[in-house]
Design a protein around this ligand. Structure first.
Ligand code: FEO
Ligand code: CA
Ligand code: CA
Length: 734
């Protein structure tokens, strides 16, 4: 057995066994190996007196990204102390010299032009590199996928391999620094990556199409495609390193791990064990197989991953058969299941991937409660490969886009999350207990108790966080809720009852590290027709309002929030629109939104009005901040919402005279959306996911062969971008 010495977050010496059948941290380190010599950790061998320094460094790293305003002020001294590093090595995406908000900008790159090319494009002076992509094996003894031989995906051997290979359609990306000394923390770490969904048309030779009824026959003829699909979902955790300017992932690292659509996941919190979460195979309602449609996510201050289950409904077929049965001859239980499904309806007839034909737990008619076990936030400890993932039910069940965390001044942890569907809501969760930065284990179940709130955006620019608490404000038996578990399982209906504001598809949420302001991306909504509408199982006003001012919002918008007292636990806030996305030359470029009636093609870039300097943008999705408060925005436009160009990554100052001056930094290959983005703690390296390159095409009619070229199937992949004064276009890594 090979073992790796590291230190846990309490500074105790730990040992990771490489015995994959029993991989977990334990307290009995003894064996070292040549691959993972302690000297790799740059001078902190086990038992070294530097251990406390490491522990402090790690705490600083995680808090630097997510800490509260109070913590921010506290750590200002540390940032100042690090100034010589920035002065010596200014190869950043931003210039520290211009960090003052009174100066024009801190962004230093020259924007690229929108593109339709099947290439990954970054600005002159920056280099992109493929880090890892679909089908690359994480362990020794399993080969990489050969995109010249996709027939393997129709076999059981293909499934076995995929369970150890990087999954499909990478989305959220989180860098967890290896807990070593100083700057090493930005060149070695664990990368956690979500795999949101599979694109059968670009994976399985002969796939008839996601809407073609003959996909049922295809799945019955090739049942391994169901196992393959489940194995390609979930999360990958891989160790990565930078050496001599090149990033690689460490094949065979004991930290490498796949969490898939079949991995046993614990259900924790108030809804664990509730009757709605029980199934024939899990009569206790406390453990579910798999996590699905993991879209965006978050990182906790104690260094765990939060991965969010978004469009889980698409995996469950025969919903209408179940509803018909429940309505005509169902007993009380069946009627209750139907009532609780109403706000997140499942697939009518055959589901998109048709898994229910092989794995009947995805048949909603046969197993009507299985879908209640999805739509949660899942916590995974990347540093402990043996730790079981946990679905944290206290954070509510809906189509979670993200789980963005911050530590409030009194120490409570706050988690912001959007429900990405037209006319759905924005939520936040506030823990009952406070974060303990000195004892990692004390935070282990912090997310199991707290208060979930839903947002109401008033037209006057004020806002309220409404508590989803059983027994309050009509969340009671008379209105369909028998306890707190039912409020959480049916969070959308609870939000309806409280009068939450239906939004234009809430996507990612990011918190400005320089001032605590919160930014929410609303990707698009073309259905504000001005009349009453039925959406997601309930009647809703489809009129515009101040927070959703376009009737046909093809291009999306971004809202900026300031919590009362700049305290994330506050129950009131102020909000304003930061950006109405689009092409500023397609309509009016508005200097102000005061009294403005907004046309569908009008744009607003926080008051910035140099029309020739603004990069056109559509369908904002994933967000991140750099250390100077510039907001980085990744886009996910489809046909009607893309402005005719490939999706990309953009950056915009949020303060100073350059506030609103949006510039395009990256353009993805054809058919892709760009996800992530994520920076290393030193902001020298940017990670971005290229999700579904070639979408819209098929294996027979491809529109992209990125990144392998030569007409091979495209592969969703993670790229790293950094400044080197070299090539301006993407290059393959060897
Ligand atoms: Fe999976 Fe909301 O994007
Ligand atoms: Ca997303
Ligand atoms: Ca997306």
């Amino acid at each position: 057995m090979l073992c790796l010495f590291i230190y846990d977050l309490e500074g105790q010496k730990l040992n990771v066994s490489t015995d994959r059948a029993n991989m977990k941290f334990d307290q009995h380190p003894k064996i070292n190996d040549t691959t993972y010599s302690p000297s790799d950790d740059e001078g902190i061998p086990p038992g070294s007196p530097q251990r406390p320094a490491y522990a402090e460094a790690f705490a600083d790293i995680v808090e630097r990204r997510f800490a509260s305003r109070r913590s921010f002020l506290k750590r200002t001294a540390a940032v100042a102390a690090a100034a010589p590093l920035f002065s010596v090595a200014p190869s950043l995406f931003v210039s520290r010299a211009n960090a003052s908000p009174t100066l024009q900008t801190t962004l230093t790159f020259s924007p690229i032009s929108p593109s339709t090319a099947d290439e990954l494009i970054v600005p002159e002076g920056y280099r992109s590199q493929l880090l890892i992509g679909w089908g690359e094996s994480l362990i020794q003894g399993v080969p990489n996928l050969d995109t010249n031989d996709l027939g393997i995906l129709l076999t059981h051997e293909g499934v076995r391999r995929q369970e150890h290979q990087f999954g499909y359609n990478c989305d959220f990306t989180a860098f967890f620094p290896f807990p070593t000394s100083s700057m090493r923390t930005s060149i070695r770490g664990l990368l956690a990556v979500n795999h949101e969904f599979t694109t059968s048309a670009l994976m399985f030779p002969g796939w008839p199409g996601d809407k073609n009824p003959s996909r049922a026959q295809f799945v019955q003829d090739h049942p391994p495609v169901v196992g393959l699909g489940k194995a390609a979902h979930g999360v990958s955790i891989v160790e990565i390193r930078q050496s001599n300017g090149t990033w690689t992932f460490v094949k065979g690292s004991p930290f490498n791990r796949r969490v898939t659509g079949s991995t046993p996941v614990l259900i924790t919190g108030p809804a664990a064990g509730h009757a709605l979460l029980r199934t024939a195979s899990d009569p206790q309602g406390r453990q579910v197989l798999g996590t699905l449609n993991n879209c965006a996510g978050g990182k906790t201050p104690w260094g765990t991953l939060l991965t969010c289950e978004e469009n889980f409904d698409q995996y469950f077929g025969n919903y209408e058969s179940f509803v018909a049965r429940a309505e005509t001859r169902g007993g009380d239980s069946m009627k209750k299941y139907a009532a609780f499904h109403r706000r997140i309806p499942l697939s009518k007839g055959l589901s998109r991937c048709a898994w229910e034909l092989v794995d009947e737990r995805f048949d909603a008619d046969k197993h009507p409660t299985e879908a209640f076990r999805f739509g949660w936030v899942v916590e995974v400890d990347p540093y402990d490969p043996g730790a079981q993932p946990k679905k944290r039910t206290a954070l509510g069940r809906f189509k979670h886009e993200c789980a963005t965390t911050v530590v409030a001044p009194r120490g409570n942890v706050v988690v912001y999350s959007g429900d990405d569907t037209r006319f759905e809501y924005v939520y936040k969760f506030v823990t009952d207990s406070i974060y303990d930065p000195t004892d990692r284990r004390a935070n282990r179940d912090l997310l199991d108790s707290g208060t979930l709130y839903v947002a109401k955006f008033n037209d006057d620019g004020s806002g309220e966080w409404l508590p989803l608490v059983y027994g309050q404000n009509g969340l009671d038996k008379a209105h369909g809720f028998e306890n707190q578990a039912e409020v959480l399982i049916n969070a959308r209906a609870a939000g309806d009852r409280l009068g939450a504001t239906p939004m234009d598809r809430p996507e990612d949420i990011a918190i400005n590290p320089t001032n605590g302001k919160i930014y929410i991306a609303f990707t698009n909504n073309t259905q504000r027709t001005g009349t009453q509408s039925t959406a997601q199982g309930r009647d809703v006003s489809a009129d515009i309002d101040a927070a959703n001012p376009r009737r046909q919002n093809n291009t999306g918008h971004i809202i900026e929030i300031i919590e009362a007292g700049n305290d994330p636990t506050a129950t009131t806030f102020q909000w304003e629109i930061f950006m109405l996305c689009g092409d500023p030359k397609a309509g009016r470029l508005l200097a102000s939104l005061d009294d403005a009636e907004v046309g569908n093609h009008d744009t607003y870039f926080a008051g910035f009005t140099d029309i020739n300097a603004i990069s056109p943008i559509s369908a904002p999705d994933n967000l991140a901040f750099d250390q100077h408060g510039n907001l980085w925005i990744a886009t996910d436009g489809k046909k009607e919402t893309s402005l005719g160009f490939n999706n990309g990554l953009y950056a915009v100052p949020t303060q100073g005279s350059d506030r609103g001056h949006l510039r395009q930094f990256l353009s993805g290959p054809r058919g892709s959306e760009v996800c992530g983005p994520e920076f290393t703690p030193d902001f020298q390296t940017l990670f971005a996911c290229i999700q579904h390159p070639g979408e819209g095409g098929s294996l027979r009619k491809p529109i992209s062969d990125w990144p392998d070229r030569d007409g091979r199937a495209p592969r969703p992949s993670v790229v790293v971008v950094y400044k080197n004064g070299g090539k301006s276009k993407g290059s393959r890594h060897n």
